[in-house]
Design a protein around this ligand. Structure first.
Ligand SMILES: [Zn+2]
Length: 495
């Protein structure tokens, strides 16, 4: 019998959090068909009754001294259009990422059919001409015809439903007719294959939405096994209130909930994660509530006055009018323009920024929390992006697990694979198990680390050797291959 791929002599971290063990992995037709200890040839698990001690493989990879783990699932991305613009998805596969959850923070490329001016932060996804998918099934078909190297799953953005249903009048609560329209469109999106709803309540497009509006929408999700992810209304002075609002939404609609990129922003709010995590832990007893986090103390989004006020330091990542300001400090730009900060922002807008505003202690505490998954929140279109776009996953493995010992490697991997697949309902992924899809990464546990920095944000990470998506090699020798095996993933049945 000849199989497709044989990964030899590696150590498996299977994505469940269990201790690593020495083993080979055999891949055939996109799936994992065998996992067995290499020395004695003992069959540990086979799906087709063949003895794995006597077989050949078309391609053999020596993983001696390396870890074989499930491919990483980036649960928080804005890669909605990036999968089409750069189908190699080098920023992600170079980190070992094999699946991206797109459509976060209330903004998704689909469903959207609105031709007017789009409010912040919808522009993070691109200019109005990028919105070409009235329905999720249009997006899905386009992806299936033009697949990327990674799998993609799509959340439906509340802000997209809102701007469309309210015909651009987003600056007030929606009325019952408008809510009905949003509910109907969310239903259709879920039927088309969207995995749930995301909100971006901190932003102009959705800030006027009261809690009750979100609850009406969240109630649509459980019958269709949809998930609810939320960039909360406030991550600074009112972060505790916002966690309480999220718990209220989660419990009154009985929906699986994920708090996006959990943080306590602004010096006066440092330390509040003790309280927020306590609230989350308490709520977890009765609700399905988790969170995602990126391993940096600076955040990044559009350049907005309210965000600038609470940050220690601000770097501009892009500006439509002044392309040469990317990577520069906002204070320096204000001096150069001889303007105050507010006028400088007006001059640059629309623009993006990196905000230095979080505390290491909060970050460590949030990363260590058992309910935390890893999500990059990388913004792919930025000229000078936040380094999280290229560095998140190796940084958690290298800096936070190996060097700082916040958690064992097995737990770090769990937070980016098995945990994520189970919370987001990605069937037969996230765990190395016979019969599962062969989304795998081979990495060097001694060298894996991020290189991307605030100064040089597009440097590739260290120690990611081979990455496989659906059984096909997508990253080797520090380069993407030409394979594009990504699939559009819909949620699984939780009933
Ligand atoms: Zn967000």
């Amino acid at each position: 019998m000849e199989y497709d791929i044989h990964l030899k002599n590696g150590e498996i971290i299977d994505g469940t959090g269990a201790p690593k063990f020495k083993s080979d992995v055999v891949i055939h037709k996109g799936k994992i068909i065998g996992i067995f200890p290499p020395e004695n040839g003992d069959v540990r698990n086979v799906s087709d009754n063949h003895f794995l001690s006597s077989f050949t493989a078309k391609h053999t990879f020596n993983a001696d001294g390396k870890i074989i783990s499930p491919g990483f699932i980036d649960v928080h991305t804005h890669d909605d259009d990036n999968v089409f613009l750069d189908p190699s998805m080098s920023s992600k596969v170079s980190q070992g990422v094999t699946t991206c959850i797109a459509g976060n923070c209330g903004i998704s490329l689909a469903p959207f059919s609105y031709n007017g001016e789009v409010p912040a932060p919808i522009a993070l996804l691109g200019k109005s001409d990028v919105f070409r998918f009235p329905r999720v099934k249009d997006y899905k078909n386009h992806f299936n015809n033009n697949p990327s190297s990674v799998n993609v799953a799509l959340l439906t953005g509340h802000s997209m439903l809102r701007v469309e249903a309210m015909n651009g009048e987003f600056d007030r609560p929606a009325n019952s007719t408008e809510i009905k329209k949003m509910v109907d469109n969310l239903q259709i999106a879920l039927e088309d294959g969207s995995i749930g709803l995301s909100t971006g309540l901190a932003y102009p497009a959705a800030n006027a939405a009261p809690t009750s509006e979100i609850i009406e929408l969240a109630k649509v999700l459980p019958p269709q096994n949809g998930i609810f992810t939320t960039h909360m209304r406030n991550e600074a002075i009112d972060v505790i209130k916002s966690v309480q609002e999220t718990i209220e939404i989660s419990s009154s609609s009985n929906v699986r909930t994920v708090i996006s990129h959990h943080k306590c922003a602004g010096r006066e709010n440092w330390g509040k994660s003790e309280k927020t995590l306590q609230l989350i832990e308490e709520a977890k007893k009765n609700n399905c509530l988790d969170l995602d986090c990126y391993p940096y103390t600076a955040s990044s989004t559009m350049l907005l006055k309210s965000f600038v006020k609470r940050a220690d330091k601000v770097l501009v990542t892009w500006s439509d009018k002044y392309s040469d300001v990317s990577g520069q400090d906002l204070n320096d730009l204000a001096k150069k323009f001889n303007l105050n900060i507010d006028d400088t922002i007006d001059k640059l807008y629309p623009a993006g920024a990196i905000y230095f505003q979080m505390d290491d202690q909060d970050l460590n505490r949030i990363l260590q929390f058992p309910g935390t998954m890893i999500g990059s929140d990388g913004i792919p279109g930025d000229r000078h992006p936040h380094p999280r776009l290229w560095g998140t996953f190796p940084r958690v493995l290298g800096k936070y697990s190996r060097e700082m010992k916040l958690f064992p490697l097995e737990e770090a991997v769990y937070k980016m694979t098995g945990k994520s697949a189970s919370v987001f309902g990605l069937e037969s992924r996230g765990v190395i198990e016979v019969g599962n899809y062969a989304d795998l990464v081979v990495f060097n546990p001694k060298t894996v680390n991020d290189n991307a920095s605030y100064q040089s944000p597009k440097l590739r990470s260290e120690g990611i050797e081979n990455v496989f998506v659906n059984g096909m090699l997508v990253w080797e020798n520090d380069k993407p291959t030409s394979n594009r095996p990504g699939k559009f993933l819909s949620g699984k049945n939780f009933s």
